[in-house]
Design a protein around this ligand. Structure first.
Ligand SMILES: O=C(O)CCC(=O)C(=O)O
Ligand SMILES: [Fe+2]
Length: 298
């Protein structure tokens, strides 16, 4: 799908169409699990709405151990060694390049870029073509969290803003992008993230009424534990008050294109050093020209 020559954006020289080879897109993740590509429906839905929920991604066992890690992080951080004391530490490290996440980022965040001669595409079978920006977690109990709408109008923003969204026939690029893991069930209207669908492409400023939670433009979701929600930071979205009996235990992982950095954040060096080499490529220095680790040296 992705690799057809009917998809193009202009690449570096003289408006040359960008037509990367299939080999420019990782087909397995850093621990050898096959990448899960988006379906046509998922791809269409994300572009249309600016967010996409993929339900039931994690097994019960995976959910249980991830919840345990995040609960410890919030309740007993000192029981974790310093480099594991983060929402991408311990068992949660595997979530940062989960096959479903890689499939999504390959499609929407990775912009392969090549000059067609000297520099190869920014990704290959041992190097991701996107970066990881930051990770944080929430442990929210009933009453925690508040409405605070932000962002939107991503097509009207210029490069460097990061809250951008660009759509061309058959090709899309979102800059700062979230993968949100819900580790407990979420019932609609009970505190999941709120979205104004389509606002990442909005041409007008958001009406005043969007500043109230009663606006009919606000949408949300329900989902079982172990679901992942992708959203572009270009879409108008908001936290809301958590109202479930069980806490919201969630991981917010942020991604960006290889030459863009928004957050002043880096993983703990010891955590980085013990990652599989391909996973480490998500944390390479932030620049574009030739910033690829070739397969031979990986
Ligand atoms: O708390 C939430 O549900 C949303 C947080 C948020 O604004 C974000 O992840 O960018
Ligand atoms: Fe946000």
């Amino acid at each position: 799908m992705k690799y057809s020559d009917k998809y193009f954006v202009f690449d570096k020289d003289l408006g040359r169409p960008q037509l990367p080879e299939e080999t420019a897109y990782a087909k397995a993740n850093s621990i050898g699990r096959p990448v899960v590509e988006l379906t046509e429906e998922q791809r269409y839905s994300f572009d249309l709405r600016g967010w996409l929920l993929v339900e039931n991604v994690l097994s019960d066992d995976e959910i249980a151990v991830a919840k345990e890690h995040i609960t410890r992080l919030h309740r007993a951080p000192d029981s974790l060694s310093e480099h594991q004391r983060s929402s991408m530490g311990g068992v949660c490290e595997d979530l940062i390049d989960h096959p479903v996440v890689v499939g999504f980022m390959n499609e929407f965040v990775y912009h392969p870029f090549t000059d067609g001669s000297k520099t190869p595409p920014l990704g290959n079978q041992s190097c991701y073509g996107f970066r990881m920006e930051m990770s944080f977690s929430q442990y929210r109990e009933a009453g925690d969290g508040k409405f605070g709408p932000h962002n939107g109008n991503g097509m009207m923003r210029v490069p460097g803003d990061h809250h951008t969204y660009h759509a061309f026939p058959g090709q899309v690029h979102t800059c700062l992008t979230r993968a949100l893991w819900e580790l407990n069930p979420v019932a609609e209207g009970q505190g999941g993230t709120l979205f104004v669908s389509g606002s990442h492409k909005a041409a007008f400023t958001g009406p005043q009424s969007l500043r109230t939670i009663d606006s009919p433009f606000w949408e949300s979701y329900s989902c079982p534990a172990g679901s992942v929600l992708f959203f572009t930071e270009a879409v108008t979205h908001s936290s809301s008050v958590w109202a479930m009996d069980t806490p919201r235990i969630a991981i917010f992982n942020s991604y960006n294109s290889i030459g863009s950095k928004w957050h002043n954040w880096d993983p703990h060096p010891e955590l980085l050093a013990q990652m599989p080499p391909m996973r480490q490529t998500m944390f390479r220095p932030v620049y574009v020209g030739g910033n690829v680790i070739d397969e031979a040296s990986a």
